[in-house]
Design a binder for this molecule. Sequence first.
Ligand SMILES: *Cc1c(COP(=O)(O)O)cnc(C)c1O
Length: 421
Amino acid sequence: MTVISSVATAVLPHPPEWPVYTGAAIAEASALVARGRTFDYGRGPQLERLEDSFAALCGRRHALALNSGTSALFAGYFALGLGPGDEVLVPALTFPTTVTPLLLLGAVPVLCDAGTDSDSGNVTADTLRARITPRTRAISVTHLWGHAVEMGPVLELAKAHGLAVLEDCSHAHGSRLRGRPVGGFGHVAVFSVGGVKLVSGGLGGVLLTDDRQVYERACLLSAFRQRSNASVESPALRDYAETGLGGNLRMSPVACVLAQSHLDALDDLVARKEANVRRLLSGLTGCPGITPMPEPPDRTLGARYGVHLVLDEHLADRRREIVSRLRARGLKVEAPKTGPLHLTRLFRTGPPDGWRLHAGADWTRGPVPHRAEELWRRWIALPATYLHDAEGSIVDPYIQAIHREMAEIADSLRSAHAHRQ
Ligand SMILES: *Cc1c(COP(=O)(O)O)cnc(C)c1O
């Protein structure tokens, strides 16, 4: 192999990246595979257990396991009855699939800015209210990076305007707002339990609601026959169990047992990550050029899907350079991939030619969500998927490396400044 880079990259050891599974979880998954139980058309013990555990975690009546968080969002929007031309208030700053399933329904996402009550990037009742029109039907919020959205005023706003509320909790397993778990606030709540999420079965999602009708409609979208026969009771919907309503969004029981192993250990996993993150952030106090994102006093951040350093304003334009200098020291930092949606092709110019699913409404216009963009421009993402080990093995090396690099940057800026004087 030829080394083509002239920039020396230091090697810094990292623990295995999340998701990590215990021997017991792997044995349970293997046992299912050995018996050919790689799928479930009904609601077998693995699905039942995962659904019941999520319902209990958030104090909800109904839970439906689906094959991804994205599928759960799609099923949630569908089950709320959203359709062509319906406007849905969504965060400008969120993972794309909080929003994109709406397009498949012909609904119109309306990007809302980050609020000024915190630096989390979350929407607030004020930024949502600013975009309400007579066509608004629902509000969708994301508890970004694990920071719970201030739900009280959002629910009041929704009530006053007759809007449904969906919570995307995919960053926030175990997060709480003044003691109350996220996922217990909206008409529908959704968790991804796939990928690098703190509760992960590789691919999976969960939909939660107290509304039997919503649950049954979501069920019909995701499964025909066995599952829908078992779960759909209302006379108006029961006859549709035979065919379902066009989706096959069922979760695999193998994924269920893997996700279950994380969910069963959630308190421990959260506590470990929390301890590592706090040690890392407090070790960076006083570091020139950055401030760790402030820790809110009245909410716990649960899964903490993202952990960020905030660059001082005068360094925002140098984020790319600073990230690559830190990476050259072996740090797995990056500009957060979850960024403001109005900067993406889909929202700048609309869908590609020939994609006729949207209602013809133009969802590329509207006021620019400036604050979301300004916050995001200053964030450097720390590798939250390497902060789950009991030892917190990357914490000290990261603290040292970041202090050194940021001090060097501050020095070079000072001497450049002195030179110009
Ligand atoms: C990961 C994620 C999703 C999508 O979940 P998948 O399981 O990957 O489909 C949706 N919303 C947010 C906020 C996410 O982080």
